[in-house]
Design a protein around this ligand. Structure first.
Ligand code: ADP
Length: 616
């Protein structure tokens, strides 16, 4: 892998580091020179100045000692002179050891010379004082010694001035050094900062800019725009990154093209399947907006998919009755407690057609309903056949009734032996005929009832009732039968439930039929139990008849509401029913605007549900 950027950054840091080291060495050298020059001042000039001052002091003391000696000829004064002579020579020798200034050596030699003369002259003064007296010695002092004393002092002062001037020169030098050091340090620091700025700018352009560029491109790729390519400049890490990015974007682009093609193919396939289904299909989303309408559905409702897509169900289909069911299925949480299909009629250009709506919720994995699929099956033909069948059955039943009544009556008269005596065999035969006749009469009467309800010939006598009253009425009629069969019938309905809109006798009939069926299938060993429950749900009354009988197989659960459908018992025994009870119940409940369905499990029992409207 190329390491261009890495080396560039490293190089920049090394360069800055070197510049900093040079700057630091320069600053250290300057400070060293500065401190040296201060030391020089202290060492060379200051010592000589002190020596000169002390020599002057010693000279002056010697002069005083000389004067004192002249007036008193005292040995103490002579001794004092000698002591200061030692002192003077001590400072003179120090000054001689510390020659730093030009002309300093000559000055010191002059001092030395003058001082030797001065000392000699004092010894001569002692002799004059002793031999010729004070007056002579005074004359000698003023003429010979005093001028020498003044001259020596002056040369000492010259030495002092010489060193003071040197000190000033050195001070100025130190000042110059310090200013130079400041400027040079400042200069190097400025250059370093400037180089730093240049490098930072260079690095920003070289590293950060391409990275920003890359980020922009990546964002676009994330948004699904895979046609992104980066310019490759140089062959460092950034260039390598750009190259890898280009490869990745290209791969994504290819993958996208491939997938889109595949998806399009799949979509076309499923669209073709949906379109070719002869049943109407309408799919609505969570807000009941249409997201799919197939060709058959377009035909049924005389709409065009492109005109109604994303419109609300009611706006597009304009069928309140259908929408109520679609909405109910969408909101339903318990999937089992709803009827699987509903029949509707649609009148198009004066022709009435019948359709069966099969409505299923679209569920997510968390069982949330996110929409509804409505399947619309044309059942007009079935209905027509059914109608013909009903009319035929109705006519036949009607025609059967009169002869059946006369057969029953005739058999009754024969059994009562009104027309003559009969033997036991004849009696048995006649009783069998009577029993079958009764069954036939019941069947005919049921068939007639059903065809009358179906054709709408029986009018419902609606009023508002307390559902508990109707339930109690139906349950009471089974009291003795239940006792005989050792079955417990329980009613669970609150007094304060809302009233229902119903035909009392018809709903009693439905309940009687449901309880009668339940009683037929519950065990008779004392464990048999039938429960009739009424509970209020959203503006509906739900009535349930629960039993713990043998249960109904899954495949029969929808069909038992059709005419003559009976579940085949294992031993092929006839249960004695006609297979019409539930069909009649369904017609009655539907005429009330309600629904009826069953939920059952083999071996556990069955629950029959039906709903009624609440209201007065
Ligand atoms: P039937 O007169 O035969 O009872 P129905 O229409 O009332 O006619 O019932 C149709 C069939 O449904 C019955 O024959 C029976 O097989 C089944 N069935 C109805 N109710 C129950 C029940 N509570 N438990 C088990 N099966 C039942």
């Amino acid at each position: 892998m190329k390491k261009g950027i890495k080396f560039k950054i490293l190089g920049v840091f090394i360069l800055i580091f070197i510049v900093l080291i040079v700057n630091s060495i320069g600053a250290i050298t300057n400070f060293y020179r500065l401190s040296n020059s201060i030391e020089n001042i202290m060492e060379s000039n200051y010592k000589s100045i002190v020596a000169a001052q002390n020599m002057i002091v010693a000279l002056e003391r010697q002069d005083s000692a000389e004067l004192a000696y002249m007036f008193s000829t005292d040995q103490v004064a002579a001794n004092h002179f000698r002591d200061n002579e030692i002192e003077f020579l001590k400072w003179l020798s120090r000054a001689e050891d510390n020659i730093t200034e030009p002309k300093e050596k000559e000055t010191l030699q002059k001092i030395h010379k003058l001082y030797i003369q001065y000392i000699d002259k004092f010894s001569y003064l002692i002799d004059i004082q002793k031999n010729q007296g004070t007056n002579e010695s005074r004359v000698y002092y003023y003429n010979e010694i005093l001028p020498l004393f003044e001259q020596s002092k002056k040369v000492c002062r010259d030495l002092q001035n010489l060193n003071q001037e040197g000190m000033i020169i050195r001070k100025d030098t130190a000042h110059d050094i310090s200013i130079k050091a400041s400027y040079s340090t400042l200069l190097v620091a400025t250059i370093t900062i400037f180089i730093g700025f240049l490098l930072a700018f260079y690095l920003t352009n070289k590293i950060v800019e391409p990275i920003y560029n890359l980020i922009e491109k990546i964002k676009k790729v994330a948004e699904g725009d895979y046609q992104q390519q980066l310019d490759i400049v140089g062959n460092d890490e950034i260039a390598q990154l750009a190259q890898e990015f280009n490869v990745m974007a290209q791969k994504l682009q290819n993958f996208d093209k491939l997938n889109v093609k595949k998806l399009m193919k799949e979509k076309q396939k499923s669209e073709a399947i949906v379109e070719s289904i002869s049943e109407g299909i309408i799919v609505t989303d969570e807000e009941h907006r249409l997201i799919l309408v197939n060709k058959s559905a377009e035909r049924i409702f005389n709409i065009r998919e492109k005109d109604v897509l994303h419109k609300h169900f009611l706006e597009a289909i304009k069928r309140e009755d259908m929408f109520v069911i679609v909405d109910k299925v969408k909101k339903r949480s318990d999937r089992d407690e709803y009827k699987k299909y509903t029949d509707i009629t649609i009148e198009m250009e004066g022709v009435k057609k019948y359709y069966r709506m099969n409505i299923m919720p679209i569920q997510t994995r968390d069982e949330d309903n996110i929409g509804v699929v409505t399947l619309i099956q044309d059942i007009t033909k079935l209905k027509e056949v059914d109608q013909i069948k009903s009319e035929f059955v109705s006519t036949v039943s009607h025609e059967f009734r009169t002869p059946l009544t006369s057969i029953s009556m005739g058999v009754g008269l024969l059994l009562d032996q009104v027309v003559g005596e009969i033997n036991d065999d004849q009696k048995e035969l006649l009783e069998a005929v009577k029993e079958d006749g009764e069954r036939l009469k019941n069947l005919v009467s049921d068939l007639l009832d059903l065809s009358r309800i179906e054709s709408g010939k029986i009018q419902m006598d609606f009023d508002s009732y307390n559902i508990k009253d109707i339930i109690m009425h139906a349950a009471d009629s089974f009291k003795i039968q239940a006792q005989n069969k050792n079955v417990n019938i329980v009613v669970d309905a609150r007094e304060y439930l809302s009233k229902v809109k119903a035909d009392f006798n018809k709903i009693s009939w439905v309940l009687t039929n449901l309880i009668g069926n339940a009683l037929r299938y519950v065990p008779r060993d004392g464990t048999g139990r039938i429960e009739i429950i009424a509970k209020e749900t959203a503006n509906k009354m739900l009535i349930c008849v629960v039993d713990n009988g043998q249960g109904i197989p899954e495949e029969y659960q929808q069909r038992i509401f059709e005419k003559f459908i009976q579940v085949k018992s294992n031993n092929g025994e006839n249960t004695g029913g006609t297979g019409l009870g539930l069909a009649i119940s369904k017609e009655i409940v539907n005429a009330h605007g309600g629904e009826i369905w069953v939920k059952s499990k083999i071996g556990e029992g069955s629950t029959f549900y039906f709903t009624l409207s609440i209201g007065i």
